[in-house]
Design a protein around this ligand. Sequence first.
Ligand SMILES: *[C@@H]1O[C@H](CO)[C@@H](O)[C@H](O)[C@H]1NC(C)=O
Ligand SMILES: *[C@@H]1O[C@H](CO)[C@@H](O)[C@H](O)[C@H]1NC(C)=O
Ligand SMILES: *[C@@H]1O[C@H](CO)[C@@H](O)[C@H](O)[C@H]1NC(C)=O
Length: 364
Amino acid sequence: MGIGSCSFVSSLPLALVLVSCLNGAIDAKAAPPEVSGCNVFQGSWVYNDSYRPPYDSATCPFLETEFDCQKNGRPDHLYLGYTWKPSACELLRFDGEDFARRMKGKKILFVGDSLSLNQWQSLTCMLHVSFPSSNYTLNRAGDVSTFDIHDYGISVVLSRNPFLVDVVKEKIGRVLKLDSIVNGNAWKGYDMLIFNTWHWWLHTGRKQPWDYIQQGETIRKDMDRLVAFKEGLTTWSKWVDSNIDPATTTVIFQGISPTHYNGKEWNESSTTTCDGQTQPISGSEYPAGPPPPAAVVSEVLGKMATEVTLLDITKLSQLRKDGHPSAFGSEGHRGNDCSHWCLAGVPDTWNQLLYTILINRGRR
Ligand SMILES: *[C@@H]1O[C@H](CO)[C@@H](O)[C@H](O)[C@H]1NC(C)=O
Ligand SMILES: *[C@@H]1O[C@H](CO)[C@@H](O)[C@H](O)[C@H]1NC(C)=O
Ligand SMILES: *[C@@H]1O[C@H](CO)[C@@H](O)[C@H](O)[C@H]1NC(C)=O
């Protein structure tokens, strides 16, 4: 708990750096209202009856069933009408044409677990509906999926890599190597990198894809998972510092995506599901506060030499206990997915914020 208690405060400076980066360099009047000293990650969800999400899931032909809550029979629609309102400013709506103009000829790579898949799918759907008649291709090869919009030469790639650091098959079994990141060789040559890791660090039993965990020369059967996460993330941070030139590659870290399996967190003590939730938490604070790994992320990013922008989605997503598939994901009514997010849905806002970051960087 000691680690978790300070995380929100320590994640603030990063967000402020992000939004205040153009103050001084740019005529304040020319700056859109969502920047100038405004922390875009601090705010609340506002219901707007006439708002429509950036796409209808039915118009995104490659949307994976597990995220398509409407197709899977989710009966309520309220969750589609909430927009994120930063406390001190307005967010721009995602403008696909402007995004494509800024990213023309560029390659974007998402690296991480299925929360990366969730955000990647959201972005590819947002781009597809912006150019419905534009030629696109979607290729899957092993753990890599590549979405290309040919008219703009934009590639949006997803590489599944739940730990970022390596898992290696050895004689004793599968070893999660906290200090090894050979995986990184495949992440070079991109214009924008968007990393995420956390959820798989918690898996045990059948869902745990390793048998041993190695730190330096020491091989163990298990260890404190938060400590292991910090070690792995530190290895990643050193890889970025020694392999990425921030002048040519923008590096983003997709913050911890929260789950909603424990009603105590939002003052509904007995529930172990988000099933039946149809509205966000009102206001701008989550009763349980930030999850412990968020503090680790802030701490590790804070020590890096390379400027990495934290896409600080944690708190705004914590407020969206209504945003998960629950029984309307891939496993149907037996399922209880309070970890991923329906699409259209919350990850569209993550991408709207990613777009905001892009605009801010462009103005520097
Ligand atoms: C509600 O959404 C509509 C359509 O997107 C938009 O024009 C309007 O400004 C929004 N209203 C508020 C109060 O944000
Ligand atoms: C779409 O683009 C690909 C790659 O450039 C090309 O091979 C294909 O013929 C194009 N299809 C159409 C319908 O333009
Ligand atoms: C949640 O419960 C705690 C303790 O009973 C209380 O202090 C707090 O105000 C409640 N928060 C909300 C959002 O209801």
